[in-house]
Ligand binder design. Structure first.
Ligand SMILES: [Zn+2]
Length: 516
């Protein structure tokens, strides 16, 4: 670490009626911002001083006096506030403090949102030009250190949205915390249960409507269609089911920051990329356990809405064209009383001569595929008895290796961020000019970004290798082999995808490692 950890930091928080009613100025808001700042810069927090209900127009405040005493005794040598007005609103007194007292005691003072840092400007105590530079910096969105209070509260996992997600309610003792709403949570569990069985969004929506289960909208009294018979319960739609099944809130994580402001001058917001969401794990009680949730996510692509079909096809949603990789659809032909497969891409764009028909008699195809799965399953059981223990060791080894790689990348990124900070300081001190600063910063930022994406990839890889649970697979395989007519639930647990080629070749991708 750099010199940051050598500072003994006191954070000073003040709120009074003459500060107006700004949410981010609340004690919690200030504390949250300051703690986040300290964490990001690796400062060593020694003490917190809070004057709640004291005006900034004088310095007769108990915690402020205690802070001065601690400076005198050398307990702290750095003070951070949200902005200068927190420390005081008395211009002359502030001048005394910042331009004389602090330098005299060798105390560093930072006012985050004003961009004041006396440490970088200690030879020239005139703050005004420094502030002007900083304001210019903000305009260029260079200083990422300055976050809004809301942002830092999200990072702490505080729930800041006004509306509660379905299944939860606000904790009566803490409006930033969620607790389970048991009645709604029951519905959430039912939805995941139905998804686990391989049902489509559409089917689940219909099922819930049939069972007269209340929709989120009907709880919130948004039911506007008064002609609707089921207005008391509401009608479930596919998108509601999808949004519930994909919402990470149900495993106990808080996901916020899905939108951002384009620019500090504009009110307009845009959607953030999932990578930029602020996710804090385990902030509230889970309704769905993490394994179930993750597992359902792997099933969802297989459970997409299939057009209204009277017929049920065991392999529906799993078939893909081996040649063009688009979906293969199954259609019933009344004339022949048979069902046939067709490449969707071919069917949609047949006049452009893309891909080929990929027509197969579905029943025959299903039989061939099931026979093939049976063979692979038997083979798996035979070989796996020996390979089981070896396989497990390898799996753990790999997980550990990935974890170490992630760690070292994260350390590298912390160092790069430090260098970035230093570079910024050097520019402010005039050691390097703005062009040099931008050039160096850009390359550092690029390196940081590339490390970040490597970390993401490694994390995904880790998930992938954990996905295969040998014991569960064995259970599914045994069950599959014992059934004459396997059900869809088993099929989607065992199979990832099936590729059909024009030359009648079939490639079956299993969810487990196919031992050959
Ligand atoms: Zn095709």
């Amino acid at each position: 670490m750099t010199g940051n950890s050598s500072f003994k930091v006191g954070i000073y928080i003040r709120l009074s009626r003459d500060d107006g009613n700004i949410e981010s100025d609340s004690i919690i808001g200030q504390r949250s911002l300051l703690n986040q700042y300290i964490k990001e810069n690796n400062y060593n927090l020694v003490n917190e001083y809070v004057d709640d209900g004291f005006t900034g127009t004088n310095f007769e405040r108990p915690s402020f006096r205690r802070m001065i005493k601690d400076i005198e005794f050398g307990k702290i040598n750095m003070i951070i506030t949200k902005d200068m007005s927190r420390l005081g609103r008395d211009y002359i007194g502030m001048g005394e403090l910042i331009e004389k007292y602090f330098p005299n005691k060798n105390v560093r003072y930072i006012a985050i949102n004003d961009g004041i840092d006396t440490f970088i400007d200690n030879t020239n105590n005139d703050i005004a030009p420094f502030k002007a530079i900083m304001n210019d910096m903000y305009a260029k969105d260079i200083s990422k250190k300055v976050k809004t209070s809301l942002h830092s509260r999200m990072k702490e996992g505080l729930y800041v949205s006004g509306r509660c997600p379905f299944g939860y309610m606000k904790d009566p003792t803490n409006k930033n915390h969620l607790v389970i709403n048991e009645k709604q949570a029951e519905t959430v569990r039912l939805i995941f249960d139905l998804a686990l069985k391989g049902n489509t969004y559409h089917y689940i929506a219909q099922e819930l409507t049939k069972r007269k289960i209340k929709t989120p909208a009907s709880y919130y009294n948004y039911v506007w269609n008064t002609n609707c018979l089921s207005q008391e319960y509401g009608v479930w739609v596919d998108t509601t089911i999808k949004s519930i099944l994909t919402n990470q809130i149900y495993v106990g994580d808080t996901v916020q920051g899905k939108t951002k402001k384009i620019n500090y001058k504009l009110k307009k917001t845009v959607k953030n990329k999932p990578n930029d969401f602020i996710i804090v794990e385990n902030t509230h009680e889970a309704i769905i356990d993490r394994d179930t949730f993750n597992y359902v996510q792997t099933l969802l692509p297989k459970n997409v809405k299939r057009p209204e079909k009277k017929r049920f096809y065991l392999l529906d949603g799993l078939l893909y064209c081996g040649d063009c990789k688009h979906r293969i659809t199954i259609r019933y032909q009344t004339k022949t009383d048979r069902s046939y497969t067709t490449c969707d891409y071919y069917r949609t764009y047949s006049k452009y001569h893309v891909c080929t028909t990929h027509t197969n008699n579905y029943e025959a195809l299903e039989k061939v595929i099931l026979d093939n799965i049976r063979e692979v399953c038997k083979n798996y059981l035979d070989k796996n008895i020996i390979k089981d223990s070896i396989g497990n060791i390898k799996l753990e080894d790999n997980t550990l290796k990935i974890k170490k790689q992630i760690e070292s990348l994260e350390i590298a990124n912390n160092k790069l961020t430090e260098t970035l900070d230093k570079n910024y300081m050097n520019m402010l001190k005039g050691i390097i000019d703005e062009d040099q600063y931008i050039r160096v910063s850009e390359s550092l930022k690029q390196e940081i970004e590339s490390n970040k994406s490597s970390i993401d990839n490694l994390k995904n890889e880790n998930k992938e290798s954990n996905k295969i649970d040998n014991k569960m697979i064995e259970k599914y395989i045994n069950e599959f082999l014992s059934l004459e007519n396997p059900n869809r639930e088993l099929i989607i647990n065992l199979l990832e995808k099936i590729y059909i080629y024009q030359d009648k070749r079939v490639d079956i991708i299993f969810t487990f490692k196919n031992v050959t």
